[in-house]
Design a protein around this ligand. Structure first.
Ligand code: CP
Ligand code: NVA
Length: 320
């Protein structure tokens, strides 16, 4: 951390920020997106460097962080397990101490959340979760921003997060990192998640890190989970790191495909979301992901805008 920066924050899980901070970030993301669309130069992070550490594959996370940092005037260092000492058993603590002396902010995509926590505990600079086995907070931030753009209030009078209160999100599929993060978001922002997973793949509230279990309700039947929902969302049946379970999962998840019948059970203006990459014919029918209720391309693009707001916040604090 450079001199002058005091209250250093990390973003390791969704609950690391409060509702009021999300309202601020969405407001900044809206402004930053508008500037980007208008080709207005905005480079508050000139001379700042982001290190991106990937221990798992990525398209969206890499492109959105890298393009976003360059657009804000900064630069990027890209590291993977295979081309750094991270893959040759250098302790995480040592890697954190070294990398954080040379860059201003770090984004990590890895396996156990504990590795991320350990890195952050020994880092001099803010650390962002770019996906772990347990959480994917940057994606949920983008999803919420997308939801507000389509169904909420993102007008000149500011962000009204109360638009989300009392709403229902249907989660159909694996009780994975995305599901856990949706639960944290529901607890903080006051909406409810209707969760339907096959037996053996349930969400675990302790692992998900939620205290108020009224923020979600479990449904055995995915169609019932979708009934009346304002937003229907799903994710791959097999997340990165669980590939050995692929065949067993294909059998277990066969009935957890978001199809037209499930969308018809939801609110007439319900949105469909998927963090991508998607497998048409597995977790989602092609007619749904490519249909009129789907906002998946906006979700992907908004990763960049919300992460630019997040990096600005972690490095410069509140603007204005
Ligand atoms: N949604 C998401 O994080 O995509 P990538 O795995 O391509 O980064
Ligand atoms: N749950 C998925 C999300 C990919 C962006 C995974 O962890 O592989």
């Amino acid at each position: 951390m450079k001199p002058g920066m005091s209250l250093m924050k990390h973003y390791l899980q969704f609950k690391d920020l409060r509702a009021e901070e999300y309202a601020y970030l969405f407001e900044r993301a809206r402004l930053i997106k508008t500037r980007f669309k208008n080709y207005e130069k905005y480079q508050p992070l000139a001379d700042r460097t982001l290190a991106m550490i990937f221990e798992k594959a990525s398209t969206r996370t890499r492109v959105s962080f890298e393009a976003g940092m360059y657009q804000m005037g900064g630069s990027v260092v890209h590291l993977t397990t295979g081309d750094s000492q991270l893959g040759r058993s250098e302790p995480i603590e040592d890697s954190a101490r070294v990398i954080s002396r040379m860059v201003d902010i770090v984004m990590i995509r890895t396996y156990e959340q504990e590795k991320l926590r350990l890195f952050a505990a020994h880092s001099r600079v803010p650390v962002i979760n770019g996906l772990t086995n347990e959480f994917h907070p940057c994606q949920i931030m983008a999803d919420l921003f997308t939801w507000l753009e389509h169904r909420g209030s993102l007008g000149p009078e500011g962000i009204d997060l109360s638009a989300l209160q009392g709403k229902v999100v249907a989660w159909v599929g694996d009780g994975n990192n995305m599901a856990n993060t949706w639960l944290q978001a529901a607890e903080i922002l006051g909406f409810k998640v209707h969760v339907s997973t096959p037996g053996g793949y349930e969400v675990d509230p302790v692992l998900a890190g939620i205290e108020d279990r009224s923020c979600y309700q479990v449904f055995a039947d995915p169609l019932e989970a979708c009934r009346g929902a304002h937003l229907v969302t799903t994710d791959v049946w097999t997340s990165m790191g669980f590939e050995a379970e692929n065949e067993a999962r294909k059998a277990a998840f066969a009935d957890w495909c978001v199809d037209a019948e499930m969308m018809a059970a939801a609110q007439p203006d319900a949105l469909f979301m998927h963090c991508l990459p998607a497998h048409r014919g597995e977790e989602v029918a092609a007619e749904v992901i490519d249909g009129p209720q789907s906002v998946v391309w906006d979700e992907a693009e908004n990763r960049m805008h919300v992460q630019k707001a997040l990096m600005e916040f972690l490095l410069l604090g509140r603007i204005g």
